[in-house]
Design a protein around this ligand. Structure first.
Ligand SMILES: Cc1ncc(COP(=O)(O)OP(=O)(O)O)c(N)n1
Ligand SMILES: Cc1ncsc1CCOP(=O)(O)O
Ligand SMILES: [Mg+2]
Length: 212
């Protein structure tokens, strides 16, 4: 079972990214997506190599945003691909069956396509407005998640769905009630001065109904 909490990294420089990721790992997060936009290839590679070492040390999953060749080069656990990034089936052909491929969705049809093409998990959103990403797809709100998750259930499409976009601690319970698997968050964790406490609180809500 994939972890129910994915941290999406933030930071304008390699140092800032590494500081944020290191703090999040120390605070107990077990899944990191490295998202480092508008950077040189050299910078992105340097950060990815450093994050790979860190994630190996903490024994947590590490996926790379957007760049499947970089994910392959540094032997990350996988890649997250958006609707305008490399197609999921092309990425699967290159990465093989062992690597994790996540895909962004905004509609039920996006999820159907991703699953058909071999996607392992879905980042469904945005839940609400967020300044973390530009050019957002239409906002889904709670009712959007409810409708899409109902359709997935009806069509027996069983794929882990992560809610994303402007999520706060208060949103976790209502979102989980729609049937999502977990959440992918960036801002709330990056900006928190009490990361350990926040991650613990998020996990308590995310795993409240999981029988171990
Ligand atoms: C878990 C997760 N879900 C969605 C996204 C968004 O991906 P994308 O639409 O490609 O946007 P960018 O993150 O590349 O700006 C994500 N990264 N992770
Ligand atoms: C990458 C991405 N894709 C849709 S919303 C989003 C940003 C999520 O970050 P935050 O949790 O800060 O809103
Ligand atoms: Mg992308």
């Amino acid at each position: 079972m994939y972890n129910k909490l994915q941290y999406i990294s933030q930071g304008e420089t390699i140092e800032e990214q590494l500081r944020n990721i290191h703090q999040v790992l120390d605070a107990g997060c077990e899944w990191v997506q490295m998202r480092f936009k508008n950077q040189t290839t050299q910078n992105t590679l340097a950060l990815a190599e450093a994050v790979k070492l860190l994630c190996d040390k903490y024994q947590v999953k590490f996926i790379v945003n957007d760049d499947l060749h970089l994910a392959q080069q540094i032997e990350a656990d996988g890649v997250h691909l958006g609707l305008t990034d490399t197609k999921i089936d092309e990425a699967r052909a290159i990465l093989g069956s062992e690597k994790i491929i996540g895909g962004t969705a905004n509609t039920f049809e996006d999820i159907q396509n991703h699953v058909k093409n071999g996607c392992d998990y879905i980042g469904l959103g945005p839940f609400r407005f967020t300044a973390t990403k530009e050019k957002l797809s239409p906002i889904l709100g709670l009712s959007g998640y409810f409708d899409i998750l109902q359709k997935l259930k009806k069509d027996k499409i069983d794929v882990p769905v992560y809610a994303i976009g402007g999520i706060t601690l208060r949103d976790v319970n209502p979102l989980m009630e729609t049937g999502i698997h977990g959440i992918a968050v960036s801002g709330i964790i990056t900006e928190s001065d009490e990361k350990e406490k926040l991650i613990q609180q998020l996990k308590e809500k995310l795993y409240a109904n999981v029988i171990v």
